[in-house]
Design a protein. Structure first.
Length: 399
């Protein structure tokens, strides 16, 4: 019987290196494919030419594992589908997640097409998540499950994948814990065994965000206002969202706090509201307060930033969020909720956040998530994903 062919996205990191080895051990015909997605070093920290070093490491791994190695430049598509989207979202005052977009638009779309041209049956990555295929009512469904390593579970980054994309995906290290991945790489004497994990924006790296964004977004001075902890805006009756809330109550409680200079006092200046996000502490350069200042709101139209003192500031917490109907996505369409339905699920609003308990209400205009506990640093533009036990079943953009 002919071996199934798998193209692995070799990134030059330890996870994809060991994933390639695991696939070989499982009896697949394995091909390594390195993708270059970014070469502009504007605003990138440690910007000597990281992708070139990664490519050499990926080549060395392919040679060591005795698998063919290919290279593809997808930087044009990456800029159009991921980076331009980032700029557009920041310009609107939202905080996008480029890694989620990169997986949906690049790794499991454009990259997938390149893999098929190499004759691939499947495409594999080094993500810490698992896939399981089940039959239901005579139809095949692919389950996206959390990785076995709780500290490294990356299912959140794949929350926008479709059934079609998942059908072609393999995650060889999803049931291995990170220390074991390092041990295997060390035992195989792979060049990536002790390489640090990549940080920052997918394929771009760690960036000085304002400098990076200034490629497209203008810097312009604005005012910073300090809002008192006892501000009347925080007087929300979250309890109304429990039991059987009306659509009006859910809509009202899901709104961000409507800050205005009349509620605070000017404490400094900034270089452009679109360079900042809710929950951010660094980058303001405003000192002399009893507690650290955190960004609790921005107003792009008037170029204003609002801050509050202390990491437990009430302006950082919200208990109800909304996802618009056109920004809802079901990884498992057979588990999609009907309008009018409510369901208790586990929810995550950022990578590595422990799963939070809450109730999701499906309404005509979208989805409202009512958390059991207030959530810190809710930022519009980020993705919320929801789970049944360890299966990610859907996601959406926080409004």
């Amino acid at each position: 019987m002919q071996k199934k062919k798998v193209v692995i996205g070799l990134s030059g990191g330890v996870d994809s290196s060991v994933a390639a080895y695991v696939l070989k051990e499982q009896g697949y015909e394995v091909i390594g494919l390195f993708m270059k997605n970014w070469h502009d070093t504007t605003g990138v920290l440690d910007s000597d030419c990281p992708w070139l070093e990664d490519r050499f490491d990926a080549m060395a791994v392919a040679k060591k594992l005795d698998i063919p190695f290919h290279f593809v430049d997808l930087s044009e598509q990456y800029r159009a589908r991921v980076v331009d989207y980032m700029f557009a979202e920041y310009e609107k005052g939202r905080t996008p997640n480029p890694d989620v977009l990169c997986n949906r638009e690049i790794k499991f779309d454009v990259f997938l097409d390149k893999c098929f041209k190499l004759g691939a049956d499947y495409v594999a990555t080094g993500h810490y998540c698992r896939k399981e295929t089940i039959m239901k009512d005579g139809k095949e469904y692919h389950r996206l499950l959390a990785g076995s390593d709780n500290n490294k579970d990356q299912s959140y980054f794949l929350c926008q994948l479709s059934q079609e994309q998942l059908s072609k995906a393999l995650f060889p290290v999803g049931d291995i814990v990170k220390p074991e991945v390092r041990r295997i790489a060390n035992e195989l004497n792979l060049v990536t065994a002790h390489k640090k994990d990549s940080q920052g924006i997918c394929f771009v790296g760690k960036v000085d965000l304002p400098v990076f964004l200034q490629q497209k977004l203008e810097s312009k001075k604005g005012k910073v206002f300090l809002i008192d902890k006892d501000c009347e805006l925080y007087q929300r009756d979250w309890k109304q969202a429990f039991d059987i809330p009306t659509d009006e109550v859910l809509e009202e409680l899901s709104q961000p706090y409507m800050f205005h200079p009349k509620f605070g006092k000017k404490v400094g200046e900034h270089g452009g509201a679109h360079f900042y996000t809710v929950g951010q502490r660094k980058g303001l350069n405003i000192g002399g307060f009893p507690e650290p200042l955190f960004i609790i709101g921005t107003n792009i139209n008037y170029n204003q930033i609002y801050v509050g003192m202390g990491k437990q500031n009430p302006g950082l917490f919200r208990q109800v969020i909304k996802v618009n109907a056109d920004e809802l996505h079901w990884v498992r369409p057979d588990l999609a909720m009907e309008v009018g339905e409510s369901r208790r699920l586990s929810i995550r609003i950022r990578y590595r956040q422990p799963l939070q308990n809450g109730v999701i209400h499906r309404r005509k205009e979208g989805m409202y998530v009512v958390f059991d506990e207030p959530q810190r640093g809710v930022a519009a533009g980020q993705f919320a994903s929801w789970y049944v036990e360890d299966e990610l079943i859907g996601s959406g953009v926080i409004n």
